[in-house]
Ligand binder design. Structure first.
Ligand code: ACO
Length: 330
């Protein structure tokens, strides 16, 4: 546990301009607005311009978070980017974001790879590092350009995902019992084959044949992921509440990973917390993986749904299969 309280000083988000509706997708693959809406709750998603990179989107969200926090980029000494769609395999996207933002060269910059749980993992890492007293101010960004790794001919996946970015600024506080109260992270590595991109790594480097077969794109066993996601998110939420002796009804807002409305409804049922206590924007963005929770967090704050003293629960799952929850007092 960290020695000092670590608090979120500001939030920001960014969504690319282009909106792609379910009807637009119905022109590309055999699907319909009705199928997508009833199975997932998604109505539309944002898709980045071809020239707009993951690091570009990260910079937009980060600038908004810095402005909200009233913190200058020069004061950041830790920059963590959570993403599964880095600009390039090497260097880390955080290293490309750093000069664009004007974060000092003395700052530690690295990426976290935990797919859709990436933001919760990165937030936990940042809070531990700032809480230790060795870093002062951290920028944590969740960002994805999933449109670059979607198989646009596969209707079982292409309707689910979108692009975007969200960010938070983390700092220390002397006030006890505030900020990040705790996290619960975990992994079902046996489920690694349920959601993956097989090629482009060292096991299967990309070849002309693998590109033609679109093996650099996301593949998923949706039904199995669905079941494990509900179990993992429910457990992650319960564990952290128990650990901190908090009842579910003391949580004023749950910010779940936005993958599928039905998954969120199942968690609401399991926790016996009404859907009004869950922030939902999957209808407008689809699943933006590591960006989904920080975008939702920023929108929730801006909509006035988080007030000082409130308890907020973040809960995520993603490829790995990873999961994580975080309890925050504002
Ligand atoms: N349009 C129309 N029909 C479709 C589509 C589509 N886009 N996609 C699949 N279908 C068809 C299937 O082919 C199948 O047809 P069949 O019965 O003739 O074989 C039928 O619809 C039902 O398919 P299912 O896969 O059984 O549909 P299901 O109700 O399970 O919903 C879904 C699929 C939405 C993918 C669901 O399983 C799900 O949400 N799973 C979780 C996925 C998820 O959250 N992934 C993100 C993980 S986070 C990360 O790290 C990236």
């Amino acid at each position: 546990m960290s020695s000092r309280s670590t608090v979120i000083l500001g939030t920001g988000s960014y969504a690319p301009e282009r909106i792609v509706t379910n009807d637009d997708l119905a022109h590309m693959v055999e699907t319909s607005d009705e199928w997508i809406r009833t199975r997932t709750g998604i109505r539309e998603r944002r898709i980045a311009a071809p020239t707009e990179t993951t690091s570009d989107m990260a910079v937009h969200a980060a600038r908004n978070a810095l402005a909200d926090a009233g913190v200058a980029a020069q004061d950041i000494d830790l920059l963590i980017v959570a993403t599964l769609t880095p600009d390039m395999p090497m260097p880390a996207t955080a290293c490309l974001v750093q000069p664009k933002l004007g974060v000092p060269t003395t700052a530690a910059c690295f990426d976290v790879a935990a797919a859709c749980s990436g933001f919760v993992y990165a937030l936990d890492t940042a809070c531990a590092m700032v809480g230790s007293g060795r870093y002062r101010k951290a920028l944590v960004i969740g960002v994805e350009k999933l449109s670059a790794v979607i198989d646009w001919q596969d209707r079982t996946t292409c309707v689910l995902f979108g692009d975007g970015a969200g960010a938070v600024v983390v700092g220390a506080s002397d006030q006890p019992d505030c900020g990040l109260l705790g996290t619960k992270l975990g992994t079902f590595g046996d489920g690694a084959d349920l959601l993956y991109i097989s090629h482009g790594g060292s096991l299967f480097p990309s070849t002309p044949e693998s590109i033609v077969a679109r093996n650099h794109c996301i593949r998923m066993k949706g039904k199995e992921v669905f079941k494990l996601a509900v179990r993992a998110m429910d457990e992650a939420a319960r564990d952290i509440l128990e650990q901190h002796h908090v009842r579910a009804d003391q949580i004023s807002l749950v910010i779940p990973h936005q993958a599928n409305l039905r998954i969120i409804e199942a968690i609401s049922e399991y926790l016996e917390l009404p859907m009004e206590r869950f922030f939902v924007n999957v209808d407008r963005y689809g699943n933006t993986s590591a960006a989904s929770i920080p975008i939702a967090l920023d929108e929730a704050r801006r909509a006035g749904r988080i007030k000082p003293g409130d308890l907020t629960l973040l809960v995520a799952f993603g490829a790995g299969l990873t999961y994580g929850s975080a309890l925050i007092r504002w």
